[in-house]
Design a protein around this ligand. Sequence first.
Ligand code: ATP
Length: 245
Amino acid sequence: QTASPMLSVNNIEVVYDEVIQVLRGVSLDVPEGEVVTLLGPNGAGKSTTLKAISGLLRSEYGEVTKGDITFMGERIDKKNAEDVVRSGLFQVMEGRRIIEDMTSIENLKLGAYTRNDSQINQDLEMVFNYFPRLKERTGLAGYLSGGEQQMLAIGRALMARPKMICLDEPSMGLSPLLVKEVFGIIKKINQDQGITMLLVEQNANYAIKAADYGYIMESGKIVLDGTQEQLLNNEDVKEFYLGGG
Ligand code: ATP
């Protein structure tokens, strides 16, 4: 394939508080229309990589000190978070970050804040199509279950009509059954809407099965990458990430 990837992270280094170096030269590509997963243990730097992409580092006193990030041919590593969303890349942060004292519909409408078209009601229906339970729960979002809140966070991302969505640990805190359901819906959204996805996960099993390609990160570096099939058949991946065998 010769087309340049939709998102390209080139050899970035990230430093927090001007001294703590967390990323040590991270490169990854996300081709248009694909699902790519970034895996690795706690503290490897996965969330930091996503924050670097989505412009959210500065609010945590972090900075990309080397390398660059391009999205659809444009440099985004110096952009703020709102401009990154406007360029078509939406991040669903870890811990869901929905607004608990607003209803589901109000939360979903917040996702559309960068838009000024009249399709918003249509898109609410599209979100309810993927997540019918959200339509039934008309109360405040704070009363939704963990799984429903994760669905709401993904639905809110869809309301921005993004070209690409970055998801930080969508499986966090969910039962195995719900993880399977949420990953199934993520894959379906990718296929129906053509939305490109970058999926950060500790739950390697489900993430690799949902992804076309994956990267494994340890201590601020990419240590391995490959197609779904290559990863599922890799002995180290089997032993350390897929629970032996
Ligand atoms: P997790 O799955 O636990 O979120 P992760 O792979 O996403 O792990 P990061 O959250 O990116 O890892 O953290 C990588 C390293 O950077 C950790 O050592 C963490 O302590 C450190 N770190 C993260 N955020 C900050 C911050 N705002 N200031 C200083 N250090 C930070």
